[in-house]
Design a protein around this ligand. Structure first.
Ligand code: GRF
Length: 197
């Protein structure tokens, strides 16, 4: 009887900060609802809070800080080599706070996704929650999209909404949007694993 080896879908996750989306992926993998392996977590901040989740889960951590490189192109060349060591099927940006060069983005096009805390195309860029409140919007949410060389503008894979509640602050909205993301992002990655996107 021949044994058919199931190939494991592998991802590399890029973070800069608190890493709660990374934690949601780790938990989903543990729960069996996300069928992939996180080969490495790459981070541009040596002290990022999210690194603890990677280390606790035994995931290799790669820190590449911008000070080591004279230009964005040089940084992205190093980032590309680092990612390629792991030959991932997918590169998942989860709060990675760098604008990538178009050479990098084109090289990985179709394999590079990001989560953005707004209903794109509304509010690309930073401070989304404050801008939602300022504009008096009645709803907001989060978007998972393929990354292209235009900031927060690549093809949308999935989007989910929540209402903006009375008395909401940027902080409360950030927390509620993140809670939504923690379900949305693992689910979208699983659809990619299953080839449904
Ligand atoms: C998320 O809200 C994501 O949409 C945005 O950055 C935040 C990252 O949060 N791109 P965390 O580091 O996963 O906690």
């Amino acid at each position: 009887m021949s044994t058919i080896k199931k190939t494991t879908f592998s991802i590399v996750v890029l973070i800069s900060g608190s890493g709660t989306n990374l934690l949601a992926m780790i938990k989903a993998i543990e729960a069996g609802t996300l069928e992939c392996e996180i080969k490495a977590v790459v981070c541009d901040q040596a002290q990022a809070g999210g690194l603890v989740y990677a280390r606790e889960a035994g995931i290799p951590v790669e820190i590449i800080t911008s000070e080591e490189f004279p230009s964005r192109e040089d940084y992205d060349t190093a980032l590309k080599s680092c990612i390629e060591k792991y030959s991932p099927n997918l590169i998942v940006m989860a709060g990675f706070m760098r604008i990538l060069t178009s050479g990098f983005v084109k090289y990985f096009e179709g394999k590079l996704i990001n989560i953005h805390p707004s209903l794109l195309p509304k509010y690309p860029g930073l401070n989304t929650h404050a801008r939602v409140i300022e504009a008096g919007d009645k709803e907001t949410g989060s978007t998972v999209h393929f990354v292209t060389d235009k900031l927060d503008s690549g093809p949308i894979i999935a989007q989910e909404k929540i209402p903006v509640l009375p008395g909401e602050t940027a902080e409360s909205l950030q927390e509620r949007v993140k809670n939504l993301e923690h379900k949305l992002y693992p689910r979208v990655i699983q659809s990619l694993v299953e080839g449904k996107v």
